[in-house]
Design a protein around this ligand. Structure first.
Ligand code: HEC
Ligand code: HEC
Ligand code: HEC
Ligand code: HEC
Ligand code: HEC
Ligand code: HEC
Ligand code: HEC
Ligand code: HEC
Ligand code: HEC
Ligand code: HEC
Length: 324
């Protein structure tokens, strides 16, 4: 173990008991700096992970060894917890927790833990991770939809597992579905983005760490999120269809739909939600009310899109009515 001599000196300044609630803010700083920033307290163990592994091993109720298979356990990478205070980078100073002999009836002093049962607030738990991770896509975490409802980093991330499911395209949705039941139902509809086949992850459209758009979208707007994979819908078009550049969700349900092509409704009803029935008589799907009792030609089979096939816009010189 590559623990430095200072650690030994620090641990020698015994006698000061540390209460968890007092320790956390200073300790988040420790995690970032990789050293004891509060020189007044003797608190970290001398032998790092080895100390913990005396009691916590693969046979423990919570097996801890698998963390050594993760990117956090790379001592050669100076940025990782294991290049710093090791287990205590995240779990905080061991204090009295590692006491070998306990008096009869004496309870083991707690050590910082994560999750709902933790003695420290959700915000403080996240602070420990953000000390190293408030970069890139995560600068928007504070105040984001998830932060506001006390979802923590560890609600999604499995830190001790050799394989963090939320990072795997095909397993990620199940992590989200733990809390987002309605979205699961949407992705099991007949017409869907292929999330349930493991071909697409939620995070291709969402930045779950915080975004400046409603619904935590990965790009600055809903349409830009779609253009990422459907660039041909961006145009530019000679003849635009006004709702398309405005908002794809005016016609499509992004997760899934019972109608083909993720449509929120089928044509003609989709189209008639905006277009008057006057130009193209359409009351007569059944033929009722029309001369001769025949259904309107405008509504047959595929209805409107049979003729207006370029619903997303047309580049044909005579495509003004979105027909070619
Ligand atoms: C002398 C044995 C011993 C040592 C050393 C030890 N632990 Fe523990 N730890 C336990 C036991 C036993 C429990 C189960 C809870 C209890 O009995 O209170 C526990 C519980 C925990 C928990 C759950 C939260 C809690 O407070 O109950 C965490 C997290 C933890 N230990 C981390 C560590 C880390 C990290 C280290 C090293 C820095 C460490 N432990 C060193 C014995 C030890
Ligand atoms: C990168 C931060 C991090 C490091 C490093 C780390 N842990 Fe953990 N540990 C966690 C988190 C987060 C949890 C909560 C469960 C989870 O998300 O997997 C946890 C859970 C635990 C638990 C179970 C607590 C319970 O509720 O029963 C024990 C025990 C534990 N860790 C011990 C260790 C030991 C020993 C080491 C060093 C070998 C270590 N941890 C290193 C973050 C870390
Ligand atoms: C001491 C700094 C430090 C702390 C504290 C820390 N991490 Fe990390 N974490 C890292 C480094 C360094 C990497 C590796 C980054 C890389 O390889 O690009 C990493 C990687 C990760 C990854 C990606 C893993 C992978 O397999 O790609 C996740 C997720 C992660 N950390 C989440 C967390 C969470 C959640 C916490 C809090 C419980 C936490 N980290 C605490 C430094 C830290
Ligand atoms: C709602 C679930 C969720 C929460 C909560 C969450 N993450 Fe993530 N995290 C993800 C997903 C999904 C990915 C993979 C896609 C991505 O990078 O956006 C990821 C990726 C990461 C990565 C790896 C990025 C890389 O480039 O490899 C790190 C580091 C990370 N998260 C840290 C954190 C930290 C720190 C927190 C708490 C502030 C946190 N996460 C909270 C879902 C979550
Ligand atoms: C621990 C529970 C939990 C987990 C796990 C979780 N979420 Fe959430 N999420 C919530 C809660 C609670 C809200 C806020 C209330 C709401 O809008 O449903 C939320 C909000 C959101 C929002 C924003 C809604 C809005 O209107 O701003 C999106 C998008 C989202 N989650 C996506 C995800 C994705 C993707 C994952 C998996 C990578 C995930 N969530 C994992 C609980 C969770
Ligand atoms: C193809 C892109 C895409 C994928 C993949 C995707 N979403 Fe969404 N999601 C969206 C868009 C776009 C919205 C906003 C809808 C709107 O504003 O009309 C949204 C909205 C949401 C909302 C907020 C709903 C509300 O009522 O406010 C949640 C929660 C959510 N998505 C969760 C998920 C989860 C969980 C997954 C993965 C299982 C996922 N999304 C996959 C594009 C996507
Ligand atoms: C990460 C890439 C990606 C993003 C982002 C994305 N899509 Fe898709 N989209 C796909 C894939 C893959 C398919 C499936 C193609 C297939 O099944 O052959 C698809 C299919 C579709 C379909 C046709 C479904 C069918 O049954 O014919 C529609 C409509 C659609 N997407 C609309 C959208 C909208 C609207 C958005 C923005 C909210 C969006 N897409 C964002 C990748 C993406
Ligand atoms: C005015 C309603 C409407 C709007 C707005 C709209 N679409 Fe569509 N979209 C449709 C209809 C209708 C179909 C089915 C076409 C068919 O049946 O030939 C469709 C089909 C699709 C398809 C699958 C077939 C194909 O043409 O590739 C994709 C992908 C798609 N739309 C993406 C988008 C994107 C991305 C946006 C936003 C930029 C968007 N749509 C906006 C009505 C709309
Ligand atoms: C969200 C509302 C909305 C929906 C849904 C919608 N449209 Fe439109 N559409 C418009 C608007 C707005 C215009 C522009 C009208 C204008 O410029 O006078 C337009 C223009 C058109 C035009 C060209 C009209 C002209 O005078 O040049 C056609 C054709 C058309 N839409 C067909 C359709 C079809 C077919 C559907 C169903 C697949 C549909 N629209 C769905 C809003 C909508
Ligand atoms: C049989 C082919 C056909 C079908 C089906 C059809 N249209 Fe048209 N539509 C046309 C033609 C041709 C024009 C041009 C008429 C003109 O220039 O006078 C047109 C014009 C339009 C216009 C431009 C404004 C107007 O009234 O002239 C709109 C909007 C429109 N159609 C919407 C729809 C909708 C909505 C549907 C489905 C209910 C639909 N169309 C079905 C052939 C069709």
């Amino acid at each position: 173990m590559n623990m430095n001599k200072n650690r030994w000196l620090i641990t020698c300044r015994l006698g000061l008991l540390l209460t968890l609630s007092l320790g956390v803010p200073a300790f988040a700083q420790d995690a970032k700096e990789g050293k004891d920033t509060d020189e007044t307290a003797a608190k970290y163990s001398r032998r790092g992970a080895d100390t913990c592994l005396k009691c916590h091993d693969e046979e423990s109720e919570f097996p801890v060894f698998s963390i050594f298979k993760t990117k956090h356990a790379v001592p050669a990478d100076k940025r990782t917890p294991f290049a710093k205070l090791q287990c205590e980078t995240c779990h905080g100073p061991i204090g009295e927790h590692g006491k070998m002999m306990l008096r009869k009836g004496q309870k083991r002093a707690p050590i910082l833990n994560f999750g709902p049962k933790s003695a420290v607030s959700f915000e403080q738990q996240n602070e420990i991770c953000l000390g190293c991770h408030a970069t890139d896509g995560r600068i928007g975490w504070k105040g984001s939809s998830h932060d506001q409802v006390d979802v923590t980093c560890t609600s999604c991330h499995d830190i001790h597992a050799p394989r963090d499911r939320v990072l795997a395209k095909n397993e990620q949705p199940e992590v989200c579905y733990n809390c987002h039941k309605r979205e699961r139902a949407e992705f099991y509809r007949p017409s869907v983005h292929p999330v349930r086949f493991g071909e697409m992850a939620c995070s291709e459209c969402h930045n779950t760490h915080g975004a400046f758009t409603a619904s935590l979208l990965a790009r600055p707007s809903l349409n830009q999120t779609c253009y990422g994979c459907h660039p041909e819908k961006r145009g530019p078009f000679l003849w635009e269809h006004a709702p398309v550049p405005e908002d794809c969700a005016l016609c499509h349900a992004p997760h899934g739909s019972i109608h083909p092509a993720l449509l929120i409704k089928r044509p003609p009803w989709l189209c008639q939600a905006c277009h008057s029935q006057a130009g193209h008589p359409s009351a007569g799907l059944t033929g009722a009310g029309l001369p001769g009792g025949t259904p309107s030609a405008f509504l047959l089979s595929g209805a409107c899109t049979n003729c207006h096939s370029q619903v997303h816009g047309s580049n044909h010189p005579s495509g003004v009515k979105l027909m070619r």
